[in-house]
Design a protein. Structure first.
Length: 301
């Protein structure tokens, strides 16, 4: 079985399409890698790029992407709603087929070491690749964001895993890790009151006593004049998408606010969509193999 790794880097640019396309281009040009998707958000000022390939191909593409982002993105001029600390803010490696999490951790450390040594960017390892429990959670690693890096780098608990212990004003710092698949899922609210979104996010996320395997924050969408609860569904099997939607709906009702839409950023496992289909349509005994396209892709009769 051919080993396949997925990589989903997030870069701190979502407004200048020319820059984003130049970064995406280096992935397209890398042998043994297939670009699956990329999307940009102007309010977040962030782009999410998804590709898969052989371990060697993905390793090379991830480094080349980080190098191009470091060349083109200047963090000293960056503003946006999404937390960030670097031009290439985060690089996660995800086992898809024929490769273990342990092998993805090794891959993450090779890339992190190379970014630190060759690009002179401080690198923090997170999730399964973290060297200490304190760095497992990406939100903890990114605490203080770009603006807090000069102080963080001088503290004992802020020493990077790779790269210089010096502030890189242009590129910031990068988090590199290995994790399971997640779903980037946002729910939009019919209000421009950010505090309402923040309060609902606090009630939804695990760290505040909410839903298991959910990270959430409130975000203002200036161009649309609304706010959203922006979530990372770290394990959609532990907390399905519909459960997050229904809790947000119930919490929003307390403020006289309704849900006006939702969005998925990047790719999503089919099973996550089917779970919500079963819930909202009340389907009994429905299986993924009943989807026509799924049967066409498979070899089952």
């Amino acid at each position: 079985m051919q080993p396949i790794v997925q990589c989903v880097p997030n870069i701190s640019e979502g407004r200048n399409r020319e820059i984003v396309e130049a970064v995406v281009a280096v992935v397209r040009e890398t042998p043994n890698v297939k670009l699956l998707d990329w999307s940009s958000d102007a309010d977040h000022n962030r782009s999410v790029i998804t590709f898969v390939g052989t371990p060697d191909g993905v390793e090379e593409a991830a480094f080349a992407l980080c190098a191009k982002a470091a060349e083109l993105i200047d963090m000293s001029a960056h503003t946006g709603e999404h937390p960030r600390m670097g031009a290439t803010d985060v690089i996660p490696f995800i086992p898809i087929q024929g490769i273990s999490m342990e092998q993805c951790v090794e891959l993450a450390h090779r890339v992190g070491k190379r970014i630190g040594e060759e690009l002179k960017i401080p690198v923090y390892m997170y999730e399964y690749a973290a060297r200490t429990p304190a760095r497992r959670n990406l939100a903890d690693v990114r605490k203080g964001q770009y603006e807090g890096l000069p102080k963080k780098l001088q503290q004992e608990d802020g020493i990077p895993d790779y790269g210089p212990r010096a502030f890189n004003a242009k590129s910031g710092a990068t988090a590199v890790g290995a994790r399971m698949p997640l779903v980037a899922f946002n729910v939009n609210l019919g209000t421009d009151n950010l505090e309402i979104a923040n309060q609902i996010a606090r009630n939804v996320r695990l760290s505040s006593g909410g839903l298991k395997a959910v990270k959430a924050m409130g975000v203002k969408l200036e161009e649309r004049g609304i706010v959203q609860v922006s979530m990372n569904m770290v394990n959609f099997k532990e907390t399905p998408l519909y459960r997050a939607v229904e809790l947000i709906r119930a919490e929003a009702r307390r403020y006289g606010v309704s849900i006006v839409g939702s969005e998925i950023i990047g790719l999503v496992p089919l099973e996550a969509i089917v779970d919500s289909l079963r819930y909202y349509m009340g389907l009994e005994g429905f299986q993924t193999k009943q989807i026509l396209e799924t049967r066409l892709w498979s070899h089952e009769e």
